[in-house]
Design a protein around this ligand. Structure first.
Ligand SMILES: [Zn+2]
Length: 409
């Protein structure tokens, strides 16, 4: 009886594998695909762009507002490869920005709050010792590096690329590492207070100090306004630290809300991105640049739909700056991988109307939300350039690190 059962089982297994091979012939070429991907073209430059907390519905709402239902796509939608990624962290179905960006930066799963640093025993030390991040690997190859964001530049999304610390709350320590340890060439965003603090303003790591003075000593042009940024770039600065607000930058919707005032001397994300490219492109070895539209996430946390639309469109304008830069010269197009990847979705934003009519350009679609927090939804990956075909798949967020590492020449 047992023998019969065993034979039946082995027969059904054989049938199962036969059926599998018949119906899924592509599986037999898996090994071939892996070998092929080793031969994938190499990129001299990688531009990694993060619309923080952006789900696909955010894209739809912004597109409808800008161009209507049958209008043009957003710039980010014109990229040729599309895939998607799982976002869970090492200890949570719902990731935070720190763990998600650490996964991209270091290729491993981290616990929420960790900045490219495992601290399982919670003693504040990184154990085991951290692996080099993709930005640090780019530096090892002689490339220039940059971080651009509309939050404090020491916030949880840019930080894991250029710092290792057990918690995202150590923003002074992150600032210190950017300047004293990693020496990121281009640092543009908000958060001046994180770069200059007294003992009474120490972060939870106990770090404080004047890292702006250190930056000047290390040859950085330190700027606080759009004009001084532009001047520093045209004078040929090779290192720049631009801190345009005490904490996060002024929200984008302040430009259009008549009740608000947007400081005239504060650069936009697009202007910071253009400045970063102008500096970084001078490095003959190439560059690695992170650009974050940080406040799409904040808008979604607060269910502030107008803020969301303005931040999404402002991020998309920065995408246009990048695409225009790439398309200016055929060699840039051949040698630059651009990736646009949200770290997670925030708010569970959905479009619930209008029903029975089409929203027109300038109209807001009707909004619905499921949460004031992050969600565990998978998020998209748009990409173009050498190696981008490998990102047009269902991936884990850690896979993006491996692909960037393979592709970076
Ligand atoms: Zn985030």
């Amino acid at each position: 009886m047992i023998e019969l059962l065993q034979r039946k089982r082995s027969l059904s297994l054989t049938l199962y594998f036969l059926a599998f091979a018949l119906f899924f012939p592509a599986c037999s070429s898996t090994v071939g695909y892996r070998e092929k991907s080793k031969l994938s073209p190499k990129a001299k430059n990688i531009i990694f762009m993060v619309p923080d907390g952006m789900g696909l519905s955010n894209v739809t709402a912004a597109r409808v507002f800008k161009d209507g239902h049958n209008g043009d796509p957003l710039y980010l939608e014109t990229l040729t490869s599309i895939g998607y990624q799982q976002t869970h962290s090492a200890n949570s179905t719902i990731t935070d920005s720190a763990a998600a960006a650490s996964a991209w930066a270091s290729g491993e799963k981290f616990r929420n709050g960790e900045i490219s640093c495992h601290d399982e025993d919670q003693d504040g030390k990184c154990e085991p010792a951290p692996v080099p991040t993709i930005l640090e690997l780019a530096k090892e190859k002689g490339k220039a590096t940059g971080l651009v964001a509309t939050s404090t530049i020491t916030h949880a999304t840019p930080a894991p690329f250029a710092a290792h610390v057990h918690t995202r709350r150590c923003e002074n320590e992150i600032a210190r590492q950017y300047i004293q340890v990693t020496e990121v060439e281009v640092i543009l965003g908000g958060g001046e207070t994180r770069f200059t603090s007294t003992e009474g303003e120490a972060d939870v790591c106990g770090t404080f100090g004047n890292f702006i003075a250190d930056a000047i000593e290390k040859g950085y042009e330190v700027v606080y306004t759009k004009n001084t940024m532009t001047n520093a770039v045209s004078k040929g600065a090779q290192r720049i630290l631009g801190l345009f607000s005490p904490a996060g930058k002024t929200p984008e919707f302040f430009r259009v809300d008549p009740e608000q005032v947007y400081p005239a001397d504060e650069p936009t994300l697009s202007e910071m991105t253009a400045a970063a490219l102008e500096i970084l492109e001078k490095d003959v070895d190439g560059f690695f640049l992170v650009v974050e539209g940080s406040q799409i996430d904040w808008a979604n946390h607060h269910h502030n739909f107008f803020h969301q639309i303005c931040e999404t469109l402002a991020f998309d304008e920065a995408v246009k700056v990048v695409l225009d830069w790439i398309n200016q010269e055929p060699t840039r197009k051949l040698s630059t991988l651009v990736i646009i990847a949200p770290d997670h979705e925030t708010g569970g934003f959905s479009i619930s109307g209008p029903k029975g009519e089409l929203a027109q350009p300038g109209d807001f679609v009707e909004e619905a939300w499921i949460s004031g927090k992050h969600t565990g939804n998978d998020v998209l990956i748009w990409s173009e350039g050498p190696g981008s075909h490998r990102l047009a798949s269902p991936l884990d967020n850690t896979d993006i690190f491996s692909i960037m590492k393979d592709v970076l020449r």
